[in-house]
Design a protein around this ligand. Sequence first.
Ligand SMILES: NC(=O)c1ccc[n+]([C@@H]2O[C@H](COP(=O)([O-])OP(=O)(O)OC[C@H]3O[C@@H](n4cnc5c(N)ncnc54)[C@H](O)[C@@H]3O)[C@@H](O)[C@H]2O)c1
Length: 263
Amino acid sequence: MQAGKLFDLKGQVAVVTGAASGLGLAITKTLAANGAHVALLDLNSETLAAAYQWVNGQGFSAESHQVDVSDSEALRKTIDGIAERHGHLDILVANAGISGGPNSRTEAGAIENVSDELWNKVVDVNLTATFVAIQSAAKHMKKQRQGRIVAIASIAGLRADPMTGYAYASSKGAVVNLVRQAAWELAPYNVLVNGIAPGPFRTNIAGGRIREPEVEKAFADTVPLGRIAETDEIMGLALLLSSKASSFMTGTVIPIDGGTVAI
Ligand SMILES: NC(=O)c1ccc[n+]([C@@H]2O[C@H](COP(=O)([O-])OP(=O)(O)OC[C@H]3O[C@@H](n4cnc5c(N)ncnc54)[C@H](O)[C@@H]3O)[C@@H](O)[C@H]2O)c1
């Protein structure tokens, strides 16, 4: 293997869910810039159109699909369609996710006040849709005997989290073990499955609350590096786990969190 080719994704087809904003958009940009044809999937038609136009405008290869990932049938059909049209699917980044309401030490976030509606909505998008995306991609990747799957978990899934609530922390904890289970099954097929566990990043999650100065400070105070991250800081790890550079890595979930889970 030539060292210069480790991150080369030319000729590969990638699917990114939640590609229109935040971490998904940054990941889309890095996969496309390194040569992959990227299928952008998102619920929000306006931001999806803008993201697609940006990627296309750079001369990168892309397509876009408006889909609600919590609609399992629609998600399966979309991923099957992409794989079948291109004849292969090489990379899946299961990134779409939503916040889970107030943190568990607030009155609204306390265990007795977590509604079924909130719980089900968060689990549907963060966990079930991640499973369905992996299931759909794995079907094609197993046949090819090759593929890379990256799931976006959270440091809220690695230990009790002071900044989020029950539904979010539980859904992300389950994504961490979903990664391990899929990695174990799919290893004999050379389909590698890994996770990324971000700490706080400046995105539009929870309506962009993290951009409010006092909210940003509260998050930054939990981080040894003393700040939240910019979205582009996800690019290097996402590219590593999507490329040949990670050929002996599977079943890992890597924090990218300014040192937060180290303490
Ligand atoms: N921002 C952070 O601090 C942080 C930290 C840890 C983990 N994460 C995770 O990163 C991932 C990306 O979040 P982000 O922070 O970039 O948020 P974001 O809101 O900026 O982007 C999420 C994207 O997912 C899309 N989306 C949401 N629900 C969808 C659905 N049902 N179907 C299709 N698309 C849908 C949104 O339209 C949006 O474009 C999520 O899984 C989130 O839990 C974020």
